[in-house]
Design a protein around this ligand. Structure first.
Ligand code: FES
Length: 159
């Protein structure tokens, strides 16, 4: 017959339920945190970020006193560029700034009074019509209104 030595019983005793619960909670929490730190970056990579203003129909393209006659500027129209032109006579006109050939961004040329695509020398007139070079179609024409200090551009039929 052997007698248990002091302390042996203490080693064989199961941990108190409170300690086991705490240990389980800590292990579970750290496992969840590890999974979250792996899954979150993957989801961030896979899911596209929200793109605001994609369906915008109206935008303030600039201030009325910003453009001198015979100049132009590129503005953001939703997710695409637009071009606002102030003609030599001082009128405003606006178009999509995406070339209809291979989608380069066009620019206004003050000396020629036209809209030019530098990629393949495409040229549009101030009505947006493709007049020379490879562009197959005219630029999309926008409506322009001066409202107080702002030059407001809208897609046709939605202003
Ligand atoms: S992309 Fe504009 S002319 Fe080719």
């Amino acid at each position: 017959m052997s007698e248990a030595t002091p302390g042996t019983n203490e080693r064989r005793q199961k941990p108190a339920p409170g300690r086991r619960t705490l240990l389980g909670f800590l292990l579970g929490s750290s496992l969840l945190a590890s999974l979250a730190s792996i899954i979150y970056p993957i989801l961030n990579f896979i899911l596209p970020p929200p793109t605001g203003e994609v369906d915008t129909d109206t935008v303030v393209a600039g201030r009325a006193d910003e453009l001198a006659p015979n100049s132009g500027k590129i503005f953001r129209f939703g997710s695409r560029p637009g071009i606002l032109v102030r003609t030599p006579a001082g009128d405003y006109c606006a178009f999509s700034a995406t070339c209809t050939h291979l989608e380069c961004t066009v620019q206004y040329r003050g000396r020629e009074h036209d809209i030019w695509c530098a990629c393949h020398n495409g040229v549009y007139d101030l009505q947006g019509r493709n007049v020379s070079g490879p562009p197959p179609r005219p630029l999309e024409v926008y409506d322009v209104h001066v409202q107080g200090e702002d030059v407001v551009v809208a897609r046709r039929g939605r202003s």
